[in-house]
Design a binder for this molecule. Structure first.
Ligand SMILES: Cc1cc2nc3c(=O)[nH]c(=O)nc-3n(C[C@H](O)[C@H](O)[C@H](O)COP(=O)(O)OP(=O)(O)OC[C@H]3O[C@@H](n4cnc5c(N)ncnc54)[C@H](O)[C@@H]3O)c2cc1C
Length: 387
């Protein structure tokens, strides 16, 4: 088998790259470890920056997004039992759209397959070789056979636990990372959201986030300890803890509860790989960098990477111009590090760290109060949030 760009991983990065390349007339094959059904129902991110929505619309992927996406023009910061709205659109002219990552995956898979795209699901034992030369290969098991895909380039879009990063020559890549001493317990509930916009909440017991995926599905998170045992969180305890952290002074407001259809604990981590390329291997999305979800940026960064990468491959195939491929890392990292800072800033402002005392909590409240009272701070937060 031969293709122009071999893509490892059918997450948002790999599938969107394949679609954008197709629009430029460049062939690709996507190989994916999981089944189509699994990736189309894997619940992850859901907050799209304006630029992400624009990219998807320009690529002809806006139909369901426009019909089902929820446009939000602000967020609430809640602390000390008070809610404060940050009017992001008023401050920046831009907005976010809430649309589940699994819906983007469904749109992309359907579109690629309708247009004759080649996606191999449920592959195993993937290897990427020869990225230092002009003819890299991807070998993998599929349908009981061992296949070899010869490519001009390999795009490593296989997430943070993928194998692409390790295919770079030894010593070619450096990793910068930070682990946070807590995790998020996330639930998906069949419950109409009690709010129209996301709430980011600081409470003495820890952070909580109120978000939604549709007018009937809520997505809520609680800060928990790193080694938290999900078995110790029956549904009733989760709803009680959410009600306690989101409580408003002088009001009996609380989240609308309903059947919990999914729950899990996600550790919080940041890492950045530099450079994001080695020879003919280019890394994009979570394969190259991770942020804690507090800034809602992981998916948006993945989209930005592949937008740059598609443009660079187009320049190479259309004009033999390798300047954009050569500057891919430089071009992508500017935004990656901006987002690393924003995600770290939101995380440290809104979480209770082990060993924090009342002094630390009061400093966090003072910081939040400054953000909601100072137009400059509120604008800076909004600019970063909407992207
Ligand atoms: C549990 C969870 C919750 C999250 N919540 C949020 C959130 O609320 N907000 C937010 O902004 N971000 C969130 N994120 C981050 C966001 O989902 C990611 O940033 C986004 O999925 C990145 O897309 P990607 O295509 O780079 O990687 P992925 O979506 O991880 O896709 C990589 C793909 O590669 C496949 N793969 C892996 N290894 C191989 C292999 N060896 N061979 C072939 N295929 C392989 C995987 O199965 C996967 O389909 C969350 C992530 C997780 C894990």
């Amino acid at each position: 088998m031969r293709t122009q760009v071999g893509i490892v991983g059918a997450g948002p990065a790999g599938l969107l790259l394949s679609h954008l390349l197709h629009l430029h007339g460049i062939a690709s094959v996507v190989i994916e470890a999981r089944s189509r059904d699994y990736i189309e129902h894997r619940v992850r991110a859901g907050v799209l920056e304006q630029g992400t929505v624009d990219t998807l619309r320009e690529a002809g992927l806006g139909t369901r997004l426009d019909a089902q996406g929820l446009r939000h023009e602000g967020i609430e910061l809640r602390f000390d039992g008070e809610g404060h709205r940050v009017p992001m659109t008023e401050l920046t002219g831009r907005a976010i759209t809430v649309y589940g990552q699994q819906e983007i995956i469904k749109d992309l898979v359907a579109r690629r397959l309708d247009e004759g795209g080649d996606i191999r699901f449920e592959v195993s034992d993937v290897r990427v070789d020869g990225v230092s030369g002009a003819a890299p290969t991807i070998t993998f098991g599929h349908d009981g056979r061992r296949e070899t895909l010869e490519c001009d380039f390999v795009a490593g879009c296989d997430g943070s636990h993928g194998i692409s990063r390790d295919s770079a020559p030894a010593g070619a890549l450096e990793v910068f990372e930070r682990e946070y001493p807590f995790a998020w317990l996330g639930i998906l509930a069949e419950a109409a959201p009690a709010v129209d916009e996301l709430i980011y909440c600081l409470h003495a017991s820890g952070f909580a986030l109120y978000s939604m995926r549709s007018p009937t599905i809520s997505r809520l998170y609680l800060q928990v300890s790193l080694d938290e045992d999900i078995e110790k969180w029956p549904d009733e305890r989760i709803w009680d803890e959410l009600a306690m952290r989101f409580a408003l002074a002088g009001s009996d407001w609380s989240p609308t509860s309903g059947p919990i259809i999914d729950k899990g604990v996600t550790p919080m981590r940041s890492f950045v790989t530099e450079p994001m390329q080695a020879g003919r291997l280019f890394l994009a999305g979570d394969a190259a960098h991770i942020v804690p979800p507090t800034g809602a940026k992981g998916l948006n960064l993945a989209v930005n990477d592949v937008r740059l990468l598609a443009r660079a491959f187009d320049a190479w195939y259309a004009r033999g111009d390798d300047a954009l491929l050569a500057s891919y890392t430089h071009d992508a990292l500017r935004r990656v590090w901006r987002v690393q800072h924003f995600s770290w800033w939101m995380t440290q402002m809104l979480h209770r760290f082990p060993g924090d005392d009342e002094y630390g909590h009061r400093v966090q409240v003072a910081q939040l109060r400054n953000v909601v009272e100072s137009p400059s701070y509120a604008t800076a937060l909004s600019e970063n949030y909407v992207g």
